[in-house]
Design a protein. Structure first.
Length: 353
């Protein structure tokens, strides 16, 4: 007789619903039946994400004690796929146009098959730790994951936190803002940074304001843009601010190849995504095609065209789409995957694994 491993007493799956109310919107949590709260329409999404993050922080577990909650519920959160596989991740999913938000443990396969969802990195839930005052005078060491991982995790989070209609320009700004914000959720971006991204200044900020993800503030200093982020879940980032700023600078360098070639912001963002998911020694990487398209703000059918253009300008040496798995595999130049090169030495192709 086959024995089934019992499910943990407290399942790591939480759901909140935003319901219309005469006085605004009511945040209803299925796990807090006596704690329904009223929120304003402008802060409803941020309140839902912050509420889910609090649940996750109070139920931290070792990886070997976590199970796929999607599988436990018959995998009804996504279309059929070949079965559960891979490490268990914390998945943030949006349903009913943003009226329902769910945070749950899910295996890699279920995470990839779930629509309108993104993996929430564990570093978003850990509480930041300040170094003791007695050692402030010492040379500080970077804590937490490296720049690549920080950027990859933030791109994954923004894929769920921002509406799908947000342009690549706005996503580039959101990435810089999220990594550079201070403890008051404010950020100052010098105009030099924005010019280096070659952005149309007013429009991407307007998109993020309309999505209620940030609001711009009046700046007393010329030559900078000041904004206040309205996504409280970003306060859970564990890396200290200098480490996050270093990662933001790394992202600027990762998109340099596409900028110097005069390409658009979509290729900048795709180039950053590829660099963040590439092995620094070999330059090789692999990712789910649909998830890559969602994080880069591009339609799935347009992704091959973007990869071909990156190969033409030398940011990629080769790439291939595996039809059996739906994964994209690529190869960049080791150690410096975003250098600009002549197209003669580069090739792109779609093939079979």
């Amino acid at each position: 007789m086959r024995l089934r491993t019992p499910c943990p007493a407290t399942a790591r799956a939480w759901t909140v619903e935003l319901r219309s109310h005469p006085d605004g919107i009511t945040l209803v949590c299925l796990h807090c039946p006596h704690d329904n709260s009223h929120v304003s329409p402008t802060s409803a999404r941020a309140a839902a994400l912050a509420h889910l993050a609090r649940h996750a922080r109070t139920d931290l577990r070792a990886s070997h004690l976590r199970i796929c909650q999607c599988h436990e519920r018959g995998c009804r959160w996504h279309p059929r796929h070949r079965g559960c596989a891979g490490p268990v991740r914390l998945l943030l999913a949006r349903e009913r146009g943003g009226r329902v938000w769910r945070l749950a443990d899910a295996c890699t396969a279920c995470s990839a098959a779930t629509e309108q969802a993104a993996v929430v990195p564990d570093t978003m839930l850990a509480s930041p730790q300040r170094p003791p005052d007695a050692v402030h005078h010492r040379r500080r060491q970077a804590r937490g994951p490296g720049d690549r991982i920080r950027v990859a995790e933030m791109l994954s989070y923004l894929a769920a936190a921002l509406p799908h209609s947000i342009s690549a320009e706005a996503r580039l700004i959101a990435l810089q803002c999220a990594l550079r914000m201070d403890s008051r959720m404010r950020v100052r971006l010098p105009m030099g940074v924005l010019r280096s991204l070659r952005l149309n200044i007013p429009q991407p900020w307007r998109e993020l304001e309309q999505a209620r993800w940030l609001r711009t503030l009046h700046s007393t200093r010329p030559g900078e843009v000041v904004a206040e982020l309205q996504d409280p879940a970003l306060l859970g980032q564990s890396p200290s601010r200098p480490d996050r700023q270093h990662a933001a600078d790394w992202a600027l360098r990762a998109g340099h190849g596409a900028r110097t070639a005069g390409e658009d912001t979509l290729l900048q963002l795709t180039s950053i995504h590829l660099a963040a998911h590439s092995d620094p020694e070999t330059g090789r990487g692999q990712a789910e095609a649909d998830r890559m398209a969602r994080e880069c703000g591009v339609e799935g059918q347009d992704l091959p065209n973007a990869l071909d253009r990156l190969a033409t300008i030398g940011s990629l040496t080769q790439w291939q789409l595996c039809p059996n798995t739906g994964d994209v595999q690529w190869s960049c130049t080791p150690h410096n995957p975003n250098r600009t090169a002549n197209a003669d030495g580069c090739s792109s192709f779609e093939g079979k694994c």
